[in-house]
Ligand binder design. Structure first.
Ligand code: SF4
Length: 303
């Protein structure tokens, strides 16, 4: 029996659901119950009342958020080593240092942070709702981490003073995108629409026709009549874009834009994690309850 079939059979037996982030391998996206961004997926898990196990094919901070929001379910991360390097860039010590410097300034953390960091913030945000969350705060200056590019983008959009913490946190995968490749591609695809993730640099944002999160890119591609889209985000999203829009062309803005951490989840690792219920993600109280409050505050603002 093919491995994908074995996984689907085991999934039924164990009352499990499989969630796959937009950056997962195609074969992993194809066996998932839901494919989406991290918060979309945590929301799906909350709706699945019958499920007892969530296999979260993604990286550490996403599985942590799912565990925080679904404390009645067992959350498995197929590959224990799937850690987001950007989330590791913001430590609790760093947060405390900035909190001392700016005691009256609210702290907003991108969901791409570890639960231990989230426990110290006032509210979380995603790349899709960062502008809305910060606009909703009754403050003109905001501490924001860990992505420096997203902080800069939010400052441009809101007109507020955004202090990035750490000073230069970044996503190594999105940093790979530079305008030159797009300029060369544009010569071949003159009418192409350029979609850029806000974790990319300011130079990339400047040449974008559309700036948005992965879920916003999916919506934009569906609703826009262009034939060709040049995409500046991790290559895994192209599988979903092509599947959902078979008559349109999607070209990755830089061929090497692969997040090795996201790609650690293979079908073999998903199968073994589910079979042996290994790599259970747990977040200790009271960290979980503080981080949950920050996530819930985000849901309240964006509801
Ligand atoms: S794509 Fe970037 S932000 Fe996302 S998991 Fe990989 S390193 Fe982290």
């Amino acid at each position: 029996m093919a491995l994908a079939e074995k996984i689907l059979r085991l999934k039924k037996e164990k009352k499990a659901i499989i969630l796959a982030h937009n950056y997962q391998r195609p074969e992993v996206q194809d066996i998932a119950d839901y494919v989406g961004d991290s918060i979309e997926l945590s929301g799906k898990a909350m709706e699945e009342k019958e499920a007892e196990i969530i296999v979260f094919a993604a990286v550490d901070f996403m599985a942590e958020s799912a565990a925080i929001l679904n404390s009645d379910k067992k959350v498995l991360l197929p590959s224990a080593g799937a850690r987001c390097p950007m989330a590791q860039m913001l430590t609790v010590d760093e947060i405390k240092r900035w909190r001392v410097l700016y005691p009256l300034v609210p702290l907003v953390l991108y969901v791409n942070t570890l639960a231990s960091a989230k426990a110290y913030c006032d509210v979380c945000c995603t790349s899709a709702n960062a502008v809305e969350v910060i606009n909703a705060l009754d403050a003109e200056t905001v501490l924001f981490g860990p992505d420096h590019n997203l902080a800069e983008y939010v400052q441009e959009k809101t007109g507020k003073t955004i202090i990035p913490i750490p000073e230069r946190g970044f996503c190594p995968t999105h940093l790979l995108f530079q305008p030159e490749e797009v300029q060369v591609l544009k010569a071949d695809f003159q009418d192409a629409v350029v979609m850029v993730h806000p974790e990319c640099t300011a130079e990339m944002r400047k040449i974008a026709d559309f700036i948005g999160s992965t879920s916003q890119m999916c919506r934009y591609a569906r609703e826009n009549n262009a034939e060709t889209f040049i995409v500046a985000t991790e290559e895994g999203l192209l599988h979903r874009l092509k599947r959902d829009n078979p008559s349109k062309r999607f070209v990755l803005a830089y061929e090497g834009a692969i997040c090795p951490n996201m790609k650690l989840n293979t079908l073999e690792r998903i199968y073994m994690a589910l079979k042996e219920e290994r790599h259970v993600v747990t977040v200790p109280e009271p960290i979980a309850s503080k981080a949950r409050k920050a996530l819930e505050k985000m849901f309240e603002i964006t509801r």
